[in-house]
Design a protein around this ligand. Structure first.
Ligand code: ARG
Length: 462
């Protein structure tokens, strides 16, 4: 059992099969810089508690620095005999500073409080690239929105033509949830910041008079866990982070689905830039929206990471259980996935060319101005229930005649209802329809410009 962190009470070493199952260095090695930072803070705590001489303390810090430099240079590697990153780094530290000094560092800490702290630190650091990637996408959506000022498109519900909207309004409707995702990440961080488990020991705390608060502050937290059992065994912070990643995936996937539809011949709303689309190995004419499809596909993977994690956590008794070693790969994967996906997706959106003529042509079709007719009647004093009936009768008449609402004659309108004076035509244009929706949050150009300004102010405030 030489080299193991826990060999003392065992007469024989672990079977190779157990070693193979137990090993986590292939995924937790990336926690190395955080483990070393934790060890530095812990050495300082031991020093403050009078449990390390100045010389031993200095020597430990030197050893930890050497390991940090070797890790940064890419030459610090775990050995197949190492169980996890914590054990491997202790072994490497002993090699560097000798076992007399190196063997003092583990006093008063457990891998349980270590890993729970390091994992928080890792996610807090990786929040930035994820949030940054989301904000870049928001920025691209805002730029596309600004570039298309008053361009209109068919707004849909149930994927059927509903009412005309501004293209900019629609694009910003994708930006809003992404901004909320950034807020979710920041909310998450505020909660995690005050909850450093270092000092919780295996579960019950430690007897050596170490101060968890000072360790916490040294590691960039504002405070330490209120409950050592909770600190070492809770993983809701992991699930919550994985949820936000999954939500980003879902938000991106909804836009991805639209880009895929919009780029079909039938829609013809967008053209993808050559650098951000792919071809077919057999069909020479093909131009495929692979980035959007990969985004849609990867959202499934991000959801899977969250649900797998929740399934692992469900029914785990307090406190630490080894099942918890399964908590890292899913959320590491979520972070890695978003770090690759978001820049590609933003590049695709930034380079979309919209066929605004085609969108404008389709915007009034499918009787999408029927609500405008009904609301015009309401302004004429007609109760909405009747107005709705009358506008519906107009649609029915159009369908019989095979025309759109603006193609009915004055006589045909009057025959449907005496309320339908020729003046109804003033609301039968797309520009009039969108301009009329000028309440806050509406699709009127003036409101959409206001929305864009507010959004940009918010983005700039992060
Ligand atoms: N590698 C473990 C994990 O990732 C930490 C070690 C705790 N192991 C233990 N036997 N208490 O959760």
């Amino acid at each position: 059992n030489e080299g193991k962190l826990w060999g003392g009470r065992f007469a024989s070493g672990p079977s190779p099969e157990l070693d193979a199952l137990s090993r986590s260095t292939h995924f937790d090695w990336r926690l190395t810089p955080y483990d070393l930072a934790g060890s530095r803070a812990h050495a300082n705590a031991l020093r403050r508690a009078g449990l390390l001489t100045d010389d031993d303390h200095t020597e430990l810090l030197r050893g930890l620095d050497v390991l940090g430099e070797r890790y940064a240079a890419g030459v610090l590697l775990p050995d197949p005999s190492d169980e996890d990153v914590h054990g491997a780094l202790e072994r490497l530290l002993l090699d560097e500073v000798g076992s007399d000094v190196g063997g003092r560092l583990r006093a008063g800490r457990s891998r349980n409080d270590q890993v729970a702290t390091l994992f928080r630190m890792y996610l807090r650091d990786h929040l930035r690239p994820v949030a940054g990637g989301v904000l870049d996408l928001v920025d691209v959506l805002a730029t596309q929105a600004a570039a298309h000022g008053d361009a209109v498109m068919p707004g849909r519900t149930h994927l059927q033509h509903a009412q005309p909207v501004l293209l900019a309004h629609h694009l910003l409707a994708h930006a809003q949830p992404l901004l909320r995702d950034v807020d979710r990440l920041l909310d998450w961080d505020a909660r995690v910041a005050s909850d450093s488990p270092y000092g919780a020991g295996a579960l019950a705390g430690q007897t050596l008079g170490l101060d968890p608060t000072l360790v916490a502050v040294e590691l960039g937290f504002t405070g330490s866990s209120a409950n050592s059992i909770d600190g070492t065994s809770a993983r809701d912070f992991v699930a919550e982070f994985a949820y936000v990643c999954a939500q980003v995936g879902v938000d991106v996937s909804r836009l991805a689905e639209e880009v895929i539809l919009w780029s079909t011949r039938e829609f013809g709303f967008v053209r993808l830039h050559d650098s951000w689309s792919t071809g077919s190995s057999i069909m020479p004419q093909k131009k495929n929206p692979d980035i959007a499809e990969l985004a849609r596909g990867k959202s499934g993977r991000l959801i899977g990471n969250l649900t797998g994690l929740l399934a692992t956590l469900k029914a785990l008794p307090l406190a630490y259980n080894r099942d918890l070693q399964e908590d890292k790969e899913p959320v590491f994967d979520s972070v890695d996935t978003l770090e690759v996906l978001l820049p590609a997706f933003a590049g695709m959106v930034a380079t979309l060319t919209f066929d605004t003529d085609r969108m404008a042509e389709l915007a009034p079709q499918g009787f999408s101005l029927a609500t405008d007719v009904a609301e015009w009647l309401v302004r004429e004093g007609v109760p909405f229930r009747i107005a709705h009936e009358v506008a519906g009768a107009c649609v029915q008449r159009c369908e019989e005649l095979g025309v759109e609402l603006d193609e009915l004659t004055d006589e045909q309108y009057a025959a449907i209802s005496p309320h339908l004076r020729p003046a109804v035509r003033e609301v039968l244009t797309v520009a009039g329809s969108v301009a009329a929706r000028d309440g806050r949050g509406g699709t009127a150009p003036v409101r959409v410009r206001e929305q864009l300004d507010e959004l940009r102010t918010r983005v700039a405030s992060y």
